[in-house]
Design a protein around this ligand. Structure first.
Ligand SMILES: *[C@@H]1O[C@H](CO)[C@@H](O)[C@H](O)[C@H]1NC(C)=O
Ligand SMILES: *[C@@H]1O[C@H](CO)[C@@H](O)[C@H](O)[C@H]1NC(C)=O
Ligand SMILES: *[C@@H]1O[C@H](CO)[C@@H](O)[C@H](O)[C@H]1NC(C)=O
Ligand SMILES: *[C@@H]1O[C@H](CO)[C@@H](O)[C@H](O)[C@H]1NC(C)=O
Ligand SMILES: *[C@@H]1O[C@H](CO)[C@@H](O)[C@H](O)[C@H]1NC(C)=O
Ligand SMILES: *[C@@H]1O[C@H](CO)[C@@H](O)[C@H](O)[C@H]1NC(C)=O
Ligand SMILES: *[C@@H]1O[C@H](CO)[C@@H](O)[C@H](O)[C@H]1NC(C)=O
Ligand SMILES: *[C@@H]1O[C@H](CO)[C@@H](O)[C@H](O)[C@H]1NC(C)=O
Ligand SMILES: *[C@@H]1O[C@H](CO)[C@@H](O)[C@H](O)[C@H]1NC(C)=O
Ligand SMILES: *[C@@H]1O[C@H](CO)[C@@H](O)[C@H](O)[C@H]1NC(C)=O
Ligand SMILES: CC(=O)N[C@H]1CO[C@H](CO)[C@@H](O)[C@@H]1O
Length: 860
């Protein structure tokens, strides 16, 4: 389709060459208000624009995007009053904007040197969106270019960063407001102290930091690493430090913009839907907020139901009262009795973190990680180290001396980080997914198998083990603890103060979440607290006739309210250990999640020891009752199933990224996708992970919540969950929807009988249409089905890093770009490697020689 369009353009311009618009201004020409320069490929235009007649600007915008999308503004702080402006090259050879009425210059490129001749200067609008002033009419020597002076937008192939020779600093500044392109208060700029990092400023205060460059991307923006849609290049040499991003499919318009509310967005133009679609944005949550948790502390939004700040191992809150009141900004201090100098101290590893501010850190690019550790160990004031480049097998060395600030925990991506700890904390890998800060402080740490999460080489694996094996005594201790690991968090009566603090905290957090601009879920935060008698009556005393099913969290009943509304009541069987108020607060948070592909939570009921969740009722039950049923299956033709595949992807994307609560579902499966009256998919059970803060602890340690056949290898094996494990489950679900077959992995011995293996075999042999549900008959578009199978296979890759993110999945589903070739989804589907897992229905954390994993607990 795109090719056709280009052909047409070429054709037209060939026939009528004198009709084509110009893209250059030469020495004695000028561009009046109303005239336009159009780039040769018709991507961009340059001309005067404005939002009111008395404020006219010269700018560049997209030619083919119907809504005016300005990517660059010349005289942003000096508009022309009226339409008398002209853009011309003046006698010094500079581009100037003049008000023809008064001859006053409002803007000039200030570039031309003291050259004798200026009359050969020519300016050209290039198809990249760059407006370039050349010294010669042959357009060879660049005198000045708009790409060196970005406004609020970064286009593909445009650099931002610093030229060390000339001092040129390319940074973004927001507009003042939607209708005023003047220099606004937000600035997104690179700084070179320590190691290069990019900061977002509001006036003069830092509000967000990208982290330093890891070799793949910015440490704090794992979503932004190169993928099959976008590319990134980073240069750090003697001349310059700069970053450029590109898009593989150059026919798609894409841009990165710092908007008026200080959010960096990356958008692509979706021709089909005629709108800009967001790919990612930052900052997005509490933990992005610069130094939210103070010094020596880690910010983790996945501290489910708990305080997001936690002290690093060996540290304690500086002001414990404020800390208990959920104000982490004062940070932590080294515990008094910690011996970390010349007393056989060492390092604890944290995985998937945005490493602390490197402004005062030191970097040596040629050092290896082992040397780096030695370097840091030798100097007692060295508090931590990390690799400076994880893309080259962890080379380079960054060392910190003094405070560690602005650490953020991710569930995948980002990088490893090593903190100096006393001998007693040695050998413990600190992966702080769950940290409970309570009257009795528990730190639960679990290791992740770096083999799975990082797809690392054999060499790498050896190194990981070496580090872990640092102290064999610690390992034995760790193993014995791992064997009997069940932690129940205690909250006893004397803790009334703490309890109130918690309530306050939840209120505060709800407010702060609601205060994010553009958060539509805050509008619908109203939920009902149902009376137990209402529910009992509605469900006819929880009669068996009204029972819809039984799930991991309890039984579900159908009910009729007196106003006629039909509800589904989930009666939670587990005593979650959560207080009533907390439960309500948590439900309130979950109720804010509003998306057309999520089941709507109407309210809850907490009374007489009962905890219940009330949902809207879905008359068509769940997806599995259709796709695995030969008669009902025919009700869902390919068109409907394609919509369902889309809908589920959008719903998960919302949970992962757009909802601000950032929820990992962990139990995606056909029976958790409900269908409404018009067969729209609605994901259910999505807030459970949050509601069960207590259960969560176990889930990550010795009891994996999830369903066989849908669990990613790293989750099934070591309980490591991340957004990428949801992607895995989605992939399985997608293949099930296409084939109408269940991915039952635990009783099939023959590999060809596992759905994923079977689909892979057929796909590889280019007979993938064989797997399609026979119920479709011939009524499907082969290319669409093949594409979905392809995407499904990409989602079930063994290594989390090989799987796309949910936003990439949605993009790939909506847009027919080229897809990478998937690798064989081996591992879990090969019985010989994972027989131990298959035999136990609840995978426990074990250790084997190859896959060393340790889970440790330590209290203080
Ligand atoms: C523009 O010019 C008009 C008339 O000359 C004047 O009334 C108006 O205030 C001016 N606007 C600005 C923004 O200077
Ligand atoms: C503006 O400058 C041009 C050439 O320099 C001159 O011819 C013209 O009279 C000037 N107009 C005004 C209003 O000063
Ligand atoms: C050109 O120089 C003038 C005076 O020094 C300054 O006000 C103006 O902002 C500069 N223009 C640009 C585009 O840098
Ligand atoms: C300026 O324009 C005139 C025609 O308008 C043209 O003859 C002349 O060559 C141009 N001068 C330069 C230096 O381009
Ligand atoms: C930021 O700068 C703008 C413009 O200079 C000013 O109006 C605003 O009050 C400043 N905000 C803060 C918090 O200093
Ligand atoms: C630094 O990188 C840039 C961009 O790749 C290149 O143009 C420049 O020559 C390099 N400088 C040095 C000193 O290598
Ligand atoms: C630690 O040991 C090294 C060498 O053994 C010594 O130079 C250094 O002074 C010691 N530091 C402290 C604080 O004791
Ligand atoms: C960086 O490390 C290498 C290898 O250990 C060493 O030779 C070099 O001197 C170090 N450079 C700096 C600036 O410390
Ligand atoms: C800035 O971007 C965020 C995230 O996309 C959006 O919610 C917000 O509305 C935008 N602000 C403006 C003023 O457009
Ligand atoms: C119980 O349900 C019946 C109808 O099913 C209704 O008439 C009655 O008012 C309900 N009672 C309560 C307490 O809601
Ligand atoms: C399905 C869809 O929206 N495809 C679009 C992908 O992007 C290209 C380029 O913008 C469009 O031409 C397609 O229509």
């Amino acid at each position: 389709m795109c090719q056709k369009k280009e052909l047409l353009i070429v054709f037209v311009s060939f026939l009528v060459p004198f009709c084509t618009s110009i893209d250059t201004i030469s020495f004695n020409q000028s561009l009046k208000d109303g005239d336009l320069l159009v780039s040769s490929g018709k991507s961009f235009v340059l001309g005067f624009f404005g939002y009111s007649p008395d404020k006219r600007y010269v700018g560049i915008w997209y030619k083919n995007v119907p809504e005016l999308t300005v990517v660059w503004v010349a005289n942003r702080d000096n508009p022309i009053n009226g339409t008398s402006g002209i853009l011309t090259i003046d006698s010094t050879g500079n581009l100037v904007i003049l008000d023809a009425k008064t001859n006053v210059s409002v803007w000039s490129t200030n570039a031309s040197s003291a050259r004798k001749r200026a009359d050969t200067n020519t300016a050209k609008l290039e198809d990249s969106g760059n407006f370039v002033l050349f010294q010669d009419s042959k357009l060879e020597v660049i005198e000045w270019q708009s790409f060196d002076y970005p406004t609020n937008t970064l286009l593909p192939s445009m650099k931002y960063g610093i030229n060390k020779r000339t001092g040129l600093n390319r940074f973004l500044t927001s507009w003042k407001s939607l209708n005023d392109p003047g220099t606004g208060e937000y600035r997104y700029t690179m700084e070179l102290n320590g190691t290069p990092q990019v900061f977002l400023y509001k006036n003069s205060s830092r509000i967000w930091r990208t982290g330093s460059w890891t070799g793949h991307g910015w440490s704090g923006v794992p979503e932004m690493s190169p993928n099959f849609i976008f590319s990134l290049s980073y240069v750090d040499n003697d001349t310059e430090v700069s970053m450029t991003y590109g898009i593989h499919d150059t026919s798609i318009s894409s841009r990165m913009v710092l908007n008026e509310s200080g959010i960096v967005n990356r958008l692509t133009w979706q021709e089909g839907e005629k709108k800009w679609v967001q790919f990612w944005f930052d900052p997005k949550d509490l933990c992005d907020s610069y130094e939210h948790c103070g010094a020596f502390s880690n910010c983790n939004l996945f501290n489910l139901g708990e305080f997001e700040c936690s002290c690093l191992p060996g540290y304690e809150p500086k002001l414990s009262r404020q800390w208990y009141l959920r104000d982490g900004s004062h940070g932590c201090l080294r515990k008094k009795d910690e011996k970390v100098c010349n007393s056989s101290e060492g390092f604890a590893m944290m995985s998937h973190v945005k490493i602390p501010d490197t402004g005062a850190a030191q970097m040596n690019k040629s050092m290896g990680l082992k040397e780096c550790e030695e370097l840091c160990l030798k100097n007692c004031s060295c508090t931590a180290y990390a690799s400076a480049n994880i893309s080259a097998g962890e080379s380079g060395c960054i060392t910190w001396y003094g405070e560690l600030r602005d650490i953020k925990q991710f569930t995948d991506g980002a990088q490893d980080f090593y903190i100096r700890v006393s001998a007693s904390d040695l050998g413990k890998e600190v992966n702080q997914y769950i940290v409970n800060v309570q009257d009795d402080l528990f730190l639960v740490s679990s290791s992740t198998l770096s083999q799975f999460s990082k797809n690392s080489s054999r060499h790498n694996r050896k190194r990981t083990i070496e580090i872990l094996v640092g102290s064999s005594a610690a390992i034995i201790l760790a193993l014995s603890l791992a064997c009997c690991l069940v932690i129940k968090t205690r909250r006893n009566g004397k803790d009334l103060i703490l309890y109130h603090a918690l309530v306050k905290y939840f209120q505060k957090r709800s407010e702060s979440l609601a205060s994010y601009e553009g958060m539509d879920e805050s509008k619908h935060a109203e939920i009902s607290i149902f009376d137990l008698s209402t529910i009992t009556n509605a469900t006819d005393k929880f009669s068996d006739a009204n029972k819809l099913g039984e799930g991991g969290f309890g039984s579900v009943y159908k009910g009729h309210l007196t106003d006629g509304q039909v509800i589904a009541v989930k009666r939670l069987s587990v005593t979650s250990g959560q207080g009533t108020q907390e439960f309500k607060n948590e439900v309130t948070l979950i109720a804010r999640l509003q998306h057309r592909n999520l089941v709507r939570l109407l309210g809850c009921c907490v009374q007489q020891g009962e905890k219940m969740l009330v949902y809207e009722y879905m008359p068509n039950k769940s997806l599995d009752s259709f796709i695995f049923d030969k008669t009902k299956g025919s009700l869902l033709d390919w068109g409907k199933r394609f919509e369902i595949i889309h809908g589920i992807a959008r719903g998960i994307l919302y949970l992962h990224q757009d909802s601000r609560l950032r929820i990992i579902h962990r139990d995606l499966k056909a029976s958790n996708v409900l269908l409404d009256a018009s067969m729209q998919p609605k994901i259910s059970d999505f807030g459970m992970a949050r509601i069960f803060g207590g259960d969560q602890t176990e889930a990550n340690t010795n009891r994996v919540v999830g369903t066989y056949g849908y669990m990613s290898p790293e989750y099934a094996m070591v309980g490591h969950f991340s957004t990428k494990s949801d992607v895995f489950s989605y992939g399985v679900l997608c293949l099930e929807i296409i084939t109408g077959r269940k991915n039952n992995s635990h009783n099939d011995q023959e590999r060809s009988q596992h759905l994923v293996g079977y689909v892979w075999d057929s796909w590889k042999d280019e007979r993938a249409l064989d797997v399609v549900d026979p119920l479709f008959g011939d009524s499907y578009e082969a290319s669409e089905v093949l594409r979905c199978i392809h995407i499904g296979l990409l989602c079930v890759q063994s290594f989390a890093n090989d799987r796309p993110t949910m936003s990439e999945v949605v993009f790939m589903l909506c847009n027919k770009t080229n897809l990478p070739y998937p690798k064989e989804p081996g591992l879990i589907f090969r019985s010989e490697n994972y027989s131990s897992v298959k035999n136990s229905s609840s995978a426990s954390i074990g250790t084997s020689v190859n896959d060393l994993s340790i889970t440790t607990v330590y209290g203080r």
